[in-house]
Design a protein around this ligand. Structure first.
Ligand code: UDP
Ligand code: MN
Length: 784
């Protein structure tokens, strides 16, 4: 102590004073520097803090609210509308949590059924998101979520095959607690703890917020300048931080098409989020929060529902540039991307889109895309009938020089509308989006980065869910990829765990995606046209996602889902627009075109899963396919078998339903084909003449010969197999049917079964008898 005092005497005291003063000065300096850095983003940060706090509050309440029983957002709630972003949640806020929770239930999936007459076919462009728990299981449709569906909404049934009677009732998804979803997000680390950590960090950030910079009123020039400034700041910051030599966080496994080696200068992903007016934290739906509409507005909500098949009444009251939660995995904001990414034209096609959702879609792109990368936004009006989409839209969009509107002179459908947009696009990359989406912060650069690394990569953002009922923005599970099930039904399934482990995948790594959902993706413009774009013979809606997916993979490209790029989409139970022709027939026809061009021998599986009627050329004209087939040859695309083996190996496919010996239980002998005639022999696996297939076309077949009945009571012939011939089809079930193991003639009006003659050892067609063992046939192996 004495020693210290001695040092503080005389000049020592002066020195000590100078030292302390400098430390204080340094501290002030650092604080000032920090402030100036924070200043630019202070508004954003503040909003983020409020938002995250709100989310935390909501989450902690959700669990208590599980049993409140308010399951029907439109019909049962009669409390005041929720204002998101406020302080403690009001009663309506609590209800909002319930909605949110409901909406966050395991996302909609497709039911594994086959199409039927009046069912609404939502097969291919079904774009909601599945839970990993459903991998390999039945797929379920979005509209099987009974909760919250308005009474007039028709349930969508898929894949109902009356013929083979295997229909499974649609299942209603179980509600998934919100906290679990949050935990899923942090699956690669420590679960909930990580989320708490994030929120704690957000709280600390707020401590630095001294001054906020309110956004200027709607003035695009000011905003553009601000964006430029912000970009500059971000770059400078990165350079100052000595990161200019750092490599992008993405793996630079650039293939032969890579341009990555040209230039390595990089910057941190720009997390831009502009607002055209000072952001109203109390606005409805702000920060993607759920909103409960007053019960007395039910009739209005229901009336307006039909305009878009979602809560149009509510959407119209939510700011067109609302903020939404930044749902990216944590590391995404730190990822580096190249400075010289290609520019993009964003193409929105729409037909009779709701005003507020169309505007929100456009604003989300304008506000959250780096301006130097956004070449233009092309709005393709697919011959909409609504007045506001004409002059009023022209006028509104005139304030944004980057927005161009193209109007088609007749209804072309989504596929040809996109082609029209692509034809005039000036950007290097085409980015297709649906017209009822909201792009999240930092959505664009990670997509363009992938195209930059390899022009044959086709990146898709993670599609998140904007609730059709309460307009909340909902998280989805990690590691989801698009797949298909027969008959070309799109669905989601989790990447298999072994694959994740083997490849050390984290939640932010690109995910190989066998089939894209279709609505949202970026593609190098030149590459898109090299691939022959979309088959222009596809009508209105449906099947185009299958077509482009098979084409990309089989002809040398790759489809990826990029977890650092996220876009919300309103999933609707029905298409809100009219189909010029019958909807079901339109989609089936599109799918048949895809099957004929791309599936090779596997097209039997497509037809065999409920679409055999499409083989009747008199009933269905799928149009001319010459150009498409030529294109496939010209591009030297690989086989569909290659695609299954290499891109979607977890899809187990067999080209036949059953095969091997065909054993008759009564006769205890096997069917044999000798010199063009059928007989019975002692079963012998080594005899090729005893080997038959039961095909997806329902044929009993050996090589190119099929078993054909000649008529009641008479014998049998062998005919050259012809997939279009219904008389060669047999209905056959190996179990769980009264007529299990019977071959029932498919074409006959009454049940007629294939029976072995006891004495003569020949075959004939007799009325079916469930217990008659001479009508029971067994194959050696079954695959379906
Ligand atoms: N669309 C179009 N013309 C059509 C059908 C659809 O321009 O004939 C647009 C539609 O407005 C939307 C996009 O194409 O922006 C995708 O359609 P939709 O959202 O109905 O498909 P989903 O998301 O239900 O698969
Ligand atoms: Mn859509």
């Amino acid at each position: 102590m004495m020693k210290v005092r001695r040092y503080l005497r005389g000049s020592g005291r002066v020195l000590a004073f100078v030292f302390v003063a400098s430390v204080i000065w340094l501290l002030f300096d650092m604080a000032a520097l920090r402030l100036s850095m924070n200043d630019a983003n202070s508004q954003l940060l503040k909003e983020r803090v409020i938002r995250e706090r709100e989310m935390l509050k909501q989450q902690s309440r959700v669990t208590q609210l599980v049993n409140l029983g308010f399951k029907h957002p439109v019909q049962r709630v009669d409390l005041a509308a929720t204002h998101a972003g406020g302080g403690a949640l009001n009663p309506a806020g609590k209800l909002a949590s319930v909605y949110r929770r409901g909406g966050r239930q395991r996302p909609p999936m497709l039911e594994d059924r086959k199409p039927q007459g009046n069912d609404i076919l939502a097969s291919d462009r079904f774009r909601s998101v599945a839970s990993k728990h459903n991998d390999g299981g039945a797929l379920h449709n979005s509209v099987t979520q009974k909760q919250g569906a308005p009474a007039h909404k028709k349930a969508v049934n898929l894949d109902l095959n009356i013929a083979n009677g295997t229909q499974v009732p649609p299942s209603v998804q179980k509600i998934k607690p919100t906290h679990k979803i949050r935990a899923d997000r942090a699956r690669d680390s420590v679960g909930n703890e990580k989320v708490k950590d994030d929120l704690a960090k957000a709280g600390t950030k707020q401590a630095h917020l001294v001054k906020t910079t309110p956004r200027q009123p709607a003035n695009k020039d000011v905003n553009r300048k601000e964006v430029k400034e912000e970009e500059k700041r971000v770059r400078t910051k990165d350079l100052d931080g000595g990161e200019e030599t750092a490599k992008p966080a993405v793996r630079l496994q650039a293939g032969e098409n890579s341009t990555a080696l040209r230039k390595q200068s990089v910057h941190k992903v720009l997390s831009l989020d502009m607002t055209h007016s000072p952001r109203d934290v109390n606005a409805l739906g702000q920060f993607g929060q759920a909103v409960i509409v007053n019960g007395d507005k039910d009739a209005e909500v229901r009336r307006r529902w039909n305009e878009g098949h979602f809560n149009v009444y509510l959407s119209d009251q939510i700011p067109v540039d609302r903020a939404i939660p930044d749902t990216r995995p944590d590391t995404c904001a730190q990822n580096l991307v190249h400075d010289n990414l290609p520019s993009t034209s964003v193409i929105f096609c729409f037909v009779d889109e709701v005003w507020s959702t169309l505007l929100r879609s456009v604003h989300s792109v304008l506000n959250r895309s780096p301006p130097h990368l956004l070449k233009e936004i092309i709005l393709v009006d697919d011959f909409s009938t609504r007045d506001y989409l004409k002059g009023q839209l022209d006028e509104y969009m005139a304030q944004f020089p980057k927005v161009r509107i193209i109007r088609l002179k007749e209804r072309q459908g989504l596929i040809r509308a996109r082609l029209a947009g692509a034809a005039v696009a000036k950007g290097d990359v085409l980015t297709f989006l649906d017209s009822h989406i909201e792009c999240n912060v930092g959505w664009l650069e990670p997509l363009l980065e992938r195209v930059y690394l390899d022009r044959k990569k086709v990146p898709c953002p993670v599609i998140e869910v904007i609730s059709d009922k309460d307009m909340s923005y909902m998280l989805v599970d990690n590691f989801q990829r698009g797949i298909f099930k027969w008959p070309l039904v799109f669905g989601w399934s989790a990447v298999p765990d072994e694959y994740i482990k083997k490849n050390n995948m984290t939640i932010s790594d690109p995910i190989r995606c066998p089939v894209m959902a279709g609505g949202l993706f970026s593609i190098d413009k030149k590459y898109f046209f090299e691939l022959g774009a979309y088959d222009p013979g596809l009508d209105v809606w449906g099947g185009e996602n299958m077509e482009i997916s098979f084409k990309i993979w089989m002809c040398g490209g790759e489809i990826e889902i990029i977890p650092c790029s996220r876009v919300g989409h309103i999933f609707r139970g029905q298409n809100p627009y009219k189909f010029p022709k019958d909807r079901q027939k339109t989609v089936e026809r599109n799918l048949a075109r895809v099957a004929e061009v791309w599936l090779d021998e596997y097209k039997d599986l497509f037809y065999g899963h409920g679409y055999l009627h499409l083989l009747d050329k008199k009933a269905t004209d799928i149009g001319n396919l010459t150009e498409q087939i030529e294109l496939r040859k010209k591009l030297k695309c690989k086989s569909f078998k290659w695609y299954l083996d290499n891109v979607y190996p977890d899809m187990k496919v067999s080209l036949v339903k059953a095969e091997g010996l065909v054993f008759n239980r009564g006769l205890r002998k096997c069917l044999a084909l000798q010199k063009d005639s059928l007989s019975f022999e002692t079963c012998d696996l080594s005899e090729q003449s005893q080997h038959f297939n039961f095909t997806w076309m329902k044929q009993i077949r050996q090589r190119d010969l099929c078993v054909a009945p000649q008529g009641k009571g008479s014998g049998f012939t062998l005919q050259l197999c012809d997939n279009t011939e219904p008389k060669l089809r047999w209905f056959y079930k190996s179990s769980s049917s009264a007529l299990a193991e019977h071959f029932i003639a498919d074409f006959a009006s009454q049940h007629m079964c294939l029976e072995a003659e006891r004495q003569s050892g020949s075959l004939r067609l007799n009325p079916c008898e469930p217990s008659n063992t001479f009508q029971k046939w067994q194959f050696t192996r079954y695959h379906a």
